[in-house]
Write a protein that binds this ligand. Structure first.
Ligand code: MLC
Ligand code: AMP
Length: 439
C-alpha cells in the first residue's frame, strides 16, 4: 500500500526530526516484522515520527490499526480498547531498529484501519476502513491534485483521524511526496502542498506566507467564504476544498486544474458516485436541479461497516453499497457539490472534529453535581461550532470543574467551551429535551 515507502523514496519530517529513504523503510520494516501475524494493534498516535513509523509498520504487516488519540481520557480510552480488543497497544517504537519489509498483503477488503467516530448518541463507533478504500482514495486524490513525488506536503493535523492519517500520513508514504508535520500549523520550508482544517486556515496571521505554494487544500468542515477571499487577496491562492467522512474517506474535491470557488467542495472523485436523495435510502426519489437533499455516496472509498455493530452499519450502508452521509447538499449546474448543512443537530463539528452531543451529555451526567444536561453546537467564528453545555445542577459546582471533567474523561477537544446553568430543560410531553428551544 505504501508504495513510495517500500521503494525507499519517502521522507518524513516531524518538527526537526527526519527519517527518509532506506532508513525510513528499515524502521517501518522492523515494526512490521515485530507485529506480523497479529490481528489488530492499537497505536497511541501523537504527531511523532515514532507513531508514524508504528502505524506504517502495522499497515505494511497487514495488521489492522486502531488509532488512539494521545489525549483521550480514561473513559474514552477504556471504551475504545474494550470495543476493539487489540492484541497489543503500541505506545512508541525504536526508531533505530532496521529490518526489511515483509511481502505486501493484498490490497483488498481486509481491514487496514479502525477509526473511532462520534454518533449522535452513545459512545463513538469504530469505522472499519479496508485497504482498498485507502489505495483507491489516495490515488484518486493524487490525480485530482496532481500530487506527485515532487511535492512537499505540509500540515499539522492530528494523525489519529482520516484527514491527518489517510491523507496526511499514508498519502505521502504512497505517493512519495515529502511529508513535513510542523507541530503547530505554519508554512514548511519548500512546502508546495498543504492540508488543514478551516480553523487552522482562518488562524493564519499572514496568508502571504503561503503565496509560493502550489495548492492549499481545506477540508473536514466548511471553509468560511471570508477566509477563502482573504487568501485570494493576500496570497493569490484559491483553496481546493474537499468533502469527506471517516466512513467514506474523501468523496468530492476541487481539482488542481479546475474551477475553485468558495463554498463548493468540487465534483466527485474518479470512481466515486455521489447522489442527492430525499432520504429514503436506495428506494428514494433522486433529486435533481437546485433542490437540496441527503448526500449519499458509493464507491471503493466506502468503509466496510462499524466494528461489531451490524445495526448501525445497516442503518447507514445499504446492501447495494450506497452510504448515507447525514449531510445535506446540492449539485451546482457545473457538477460541483455544495454542502448546506447536516440532518442531525446532535452532531457538532468543532475545529474539524466531529463530536456527538450524546457522548458529552453522558460524560456530564457522570459528574455527581449534574442532574440534567443538554449539549448543543453554537456557531463560532474560530471553531465553526463551539460546544455549549446546558446543565441543571443538583449540587453547587463551577463551570471550569465540569469543563475539566469532560476534558479529562473524554478528550480536551470534546470539552464544552461554555456552560450555562438553568433550573430546568425544555422538554416535550414525552420528556424529550427540545434543543431547538435552547439558544
Ligand atoms: C485546553 N486544553 C485543555 C483544557 N483546555 N486540556 C485539558 N483540559 C482543559 N480544560 C488544551 C488542549 O488540549 C490543547 O492542548 C490546548 O489546550 C488548546 O486546545 P483547543 O482550544 O481545544 O484546541 P486548539 O489548539 O485551539 O485546536 C484547534 C485545532 C484542533 C484546529 C488545532 O481543533 C485540531 O487539530 N483540529 C483538527 C481536527 C481534525 O483533524 N479533524 C479531521 C477529522 S476526519 P495541546 O497540547 O493540544 O495544544 C474528517 C473527514 C474529513 O473530518 O473530511 O477530513
Ligand atoms: P468525521 O465524522 O469527523 O469524518 O466528519 C465528517 C463530516 O465532516 C461530514 O459528514 C461533513 O459534515 C463534514 N465535512 C467534511 N468536509 C467538509 C467540507 N469540505 N465542507 C463541509 N463539511 C465537511
Amino acid at each position: 500500500m505504501l508504495t513510495a515507502l517500500r521503494q525507499g523514496k519517502a521522507r518524513v519530517q516531524v518538527s526537526d526530526a527526519v527519517l527518509q529513504g532506506d532508513d525510513l523503510a528499515g524502521a517501518v520494516g522492523a515494526v512490521a516484522q515485530r507485529l506480523k501475524g497479529l490481528r489488530r494493534v492499537a497505536v497511541v498516535a501523537p504527531p511523532t515520527l515514532e507513531a508514524i513509523v508504528a502505524i506504517a509498520g502495522a499497515v505494511e504487516a497487514g495488521v489492522t490499526v486502531v488509532t488512539l488519540n494521545p489525549q483521550s481520557g480514561a473513559t474514552e480510552r477504556d471504551y475504545v480498547l474494550k470495543d476493539s480488543a487489540p492484541d497489543l497497544v503500541l505506545d512508541g517504537v525504536d526508531l533505530n531498529a532496521r529490518a526489511s519489509l515483509p511481502d505486501e498483503p493484498p490490497a483488498d477488503d481486509s481491514p487496514a484501519l479502525i477509526i473511532y467516530t462520534s454518533g449522535t448518541t452513545g459512545p463513538p463507533k469504530g469505522a472499519v476502513v479496508p485497504r482498498r478504500a485507502i489505495t483507491a482514495n489516495v490515488d484518486a486524490l493524487a490525480e485530482a491534485w496532481a500530487w506527485s513525488p515532487e511535492d512537499v506536503l505540509g500540515h499539522a493535523l492530528p494523525i489519529f483521524h482520516v484527514h491527518g492519517l489517510v491523507l496526511g500520513t499514508l498519502g505521502p508514504l504512497r505517493v512519495g511526496s515529502a511529508l513535513h508535520h510542523t507541530g503547530r500549523f505554519a508554512p514548511a520550508p519548500g512546502g508546495t502542498l498543504y492540508f488543514a482544517v478551516p480553523t487552522m486556515w482562518s488562524r493564519v496571521p499572514e496568508p502571504a506566507a503561503f503565496a509560493s505554494a502550489r495548492l492549499l487544500v481545506s477540508g473536514s468542515a466548511a471553509l468560511p467564504v471570508p477566509v477563502f477571499e482573504r487568501f485570494v487577496a493576500q496570497a493569490g491562492q484559491r483553496f481546493a476544498e474537499r468533502y469527506g467522512l471517516t466512513e467514506t474517506l474523501i468523496n468530492t474535491a476541487a481539482r488542481a486544474d479546475g474551477d475553485r470557488r468558495p463554498g463548493l467542495v468540487g465534483p466527485p472523485l474518479p470512481g466515486v458516485e455521489v447522489r442527492i436523495t430525499s432520504g429514503q435510502g436506495s428506494g428514494g426519489e433522486d433529486f435533481t436541479g437546485d433542490e437540496f437533499g441527503l448526500v449519499e455516496v458509493r464507491g471503493p472509498n466506502v468503509f466496510s461497516g462499524y466494528l461489531g455493530n451490524p445495526a448501525a452499519t445497516a442503518a447507514a450502508l445499504a446492501p447495494d453499497g450506497w452510504f448515507s452521509t447525514g449531510d445535506l447538499g446540492l449539485f451546482e449546474p457545473d457538477g460541483q457539490l455544495r454542502i448546506v448543512g447536516r440532518q442531525s443537530t446532535d452532531l457538532i463539528k468543532s475545529g474539524g472534529y466531529k463530536i456527538g452531543a450524546g457522548e458529552i451529555e453522558n460524560a456530564l451526567l457522570a459528574h455527581p453535581a449534574v442532574a440534567e444536561a443538554a449539549v448543543i453546537g453554537v456557531p463560532d467564528d474560530d471553531l465553526g461550532q463551539r460546544i455549549v453545555a446546558i446543565v441543571v445542577a443538583q449540587e453547587t459546582v463551577e463551570a471550569p470543574e465540569l469543563v475539566d471533567h469532560v476534558a479529562a474523561t473524554l478528550a480536551p477537544h470534546k470539552r464544552p467551551r461554555e456552560v450555562r446553568f438553568v433550573t430546568s430543560l425544555p422538554r416535550n410531553q414525552l420528556g424529550k429535551v427540545q434543543k431547538k428551544l435552547i439558544t
